[in-house]
Design a protein around this ligand. Structure first.
Ligand code: F6P
Length: 534
């Protein structure tokens, strides 16, 4: 099927996407579920190609793999774990078994414990030394940071609890700048780390504890932990009643639906957090039950496979016309690139094609005034994924939202239609150019067009919609990974750098030796040390 799809691309690559627009196209290449609409009509996928892409997914056994995931089978084979972040939002579903045990009572008990704590903090029943908690600091990195750090601004209109701050980088600047604004006596610190051993998080947690110790008599009383590692959290001094655990079947980058989402629950309250879970749950039901031709995660994933594996486009841009999704691209970079940035199959064999495109993006319209030049006129094709709501949260600024929407739609249309030389020449001739100058000026104004994009549209960005969108992207990663035969749930590629950083730590000390280091590294260590004392 791969060869057949590549042949289809070869045959169709000069075809105009606009020529595909018959009267059925917008209906056939649009999928709606619970108010969320995905439009993939502006891609060079025709009905036969889409049928082949679905056949590819079926041929790779993706529906069966999906069912195995939801059933709690250990599809994360390299770590011998089930993959059940979906259980965290399975509020109304059936029992989910891992090793013969139903995990749902535990999931619900943890959610209730989170809600009780969030309510206590939000109501003022739980206090800091200086009274009601005004600020929450989440210390975590990667999957223990990016989900809540993305969701907090996204759900700002619903945030009526303490203010949240996110410290992730081991660079002391991150900690210093954020703590400088806070009063330790009314701050709650959440140490979020699945393993509770991650170097950045543990160093930041210790420095935050030191910061709090200067002003608070019992600093650990204003700390809570989010972790699977009970011994380590106890050793840090955090009592079990403020430790929120989760199981090893929740991967870090898939974990914001459970205790890693505690900062969000503190900010927006348990009810809105539950709505977020319900949005994820609704997408799960759709993913499991909708026919593949009308299945949003499958369609998004197959569009991705078409663009990256078949057409060879190296990156994809995620362009939310929703300023509050300003951290979505960073979140998706971990979700997609840590999950599918692999080159070895599940069986340990080298893959013969690149896997996992580079994901990047910025909210529109800011991106328009930055990198869209390349998207429109650069030689490389960048498939664009637009995300836009029809109605903003600010009725008094509805005219802003209309301008936002028209910009989003204008961009996808400009990518599609482009502008040919004759039109550009006419424009320049009207300005009085002739001869060589006319040609030169007209050429600058040609847009190749025929550039693919998709659009995800909803009414308003609510907790439910955010849950739908995040679960959609999670399942997209799953489908792409399953088609390619890789394990989307491990991340061995992050280990080597961590190991080397540990080894290098003594060398960067003032009196550390560079002996035994690679010459390229030793030279930089020496230079940094010289700068330290200059
Ligand atoms: O960067 C690698 C990683 O292992 C991510 O997968 C994970 O989300 C992050 O580190 C943080 O890990 P932890 O929650 O254990 O501190």
């Amino acid at each position: 099927m791969w060869d057949r799809l590549k042949d289809r691309h070869e045959a169709a690559k000069d075809r105009k996407i606009t020529d595909l627009f018959d009267e059925d196209r917008t209906e056939a290449f649009g999928i709606e579920t619970d108010g969320l609409f995905f439009d993939f009509s502006k891609t060079n996928i025709d009905p036969d190609t889409f049928a082949d892409l679905i056949a590819l997914a079926e041929g790779q056994g993706v529906p069966a793999k999906r069912d195995a995931m939801f059933a709690g089978e250990k599809i994360n084979e390299t770590e011998e774990r089930a993959v059940l972040h979906t259980a965290l939002r399975n509020l109304d579903g059936d029992a989910v078994y891992v090793d013969g045990e139903d995990v749902m009572p535990g999931v619900k008990a943890t959610l209730a414990k989170m809600a009780a704590f969030a309510n206590a903090v939000r109501s003022g029943a739980f206090q800091g030394q200086g009274g009601r908690i005004t600020d929450v600091v989440n210390i975590g990195i990667g999957g223990s940071d990016l989900g809540p750090a993305m969701a907090y601004p996204a759900l700002r209109p619903f945030a009526d609890g303490p203010k949240c701050h996110f410290i992730s980088n081991v660079d002391g600047a991150d900690l210093a700048d954020k703590l400088a604004e806070l009063n330790p006596e009314t701050t709650l610190v959440l140490v979020a780390s699945k393993t509770f051993t991650t170097m950045e998080t543990m160093m930041n947690a210790q420095s935050a504890l030191d910061w709090m110790s200067a002003r608070v008599k019992e600093p650990a009383s204003q700390f809570a932990a989010i972790s699977t590692a009970e011994e380590e959290t106890a050793a840090f001094g955090i009592p079990a009643e403020r430790v929120f655990g989760f199981e090893d079947w929740v991967g870090g980058r898939y974990s914001m639906w459970g205790p890693i989402g505690l900062s969000i629950m503190l900010a927006v309250g348990p009810e809105h957090f539950t709505e977020f879970l319900r949005g994820g749950q609704a997408m799960d039901v759709h993913f499991r039950e909708a026919p593949l031709e009308k299945n949003m995660p499958f369609a998004l994933a197959l569009t991705g496979i078409w663009h990256h594996q078949i057409c060879g486009y190296g990156t994809r841009a995620v362009l939310p016309y929703e300023n509050r999704l300003l951290r979505l691209a960073a979140y998706l970079q971990q979700l997609e690139m840590e999950s599918n940035g692999k080159s070895v199959s599940l069986a340990g064999e080298a893959l013969d094609q690149t896997v996992g495109p580079i994901v990047w993006g910025e909210p529109g319209t800011n991106g328009q005034h930055a990198f869209y030049q390349l998207i429109h006129q650069g030689r490389q094709v960048v498939p664009c994924e637009f995300i836009v709501g029809a109605v903003g949260h600010e009725p008094e600024l509805a005219h802003h939202h209309k301008a936002l929407l028209s910009n989003c739609l204008a961009q996808s249309e400009a990518l599609l239609l482009g502008r040919d030389y004759e039109t550009a020449e006419g424009l320049m001739a009207a300005k009085g150019y002739t001869g060589d100058a006319l040609k030169a000026h007209a050429m600058q104004r040609v847009f190749p067009g025929n550039r693919p994009s998709t659009t995800l549209m909803y009414k308003t960005l609510t907790p439910f919609v955010l849950g739908q969108i995040i679960a959609l992207y999670e399942h997209r990663v799953f489908v792409e990974g399953a088609i390619l035969g890789i394990n989307s749930y491990d991340q061995w590629g992050v280990e080597l750098g961590k190991e080397l950083a540990k080894k290098l730590a003594p060398a960067v000390e003032d009196d550390g030796s560079t002996e035994g280091l690679h010459a390229g590294t030793a030279a930089l260590v020496t230079r940094a040390k010289a700068l330290r004392v200059s």
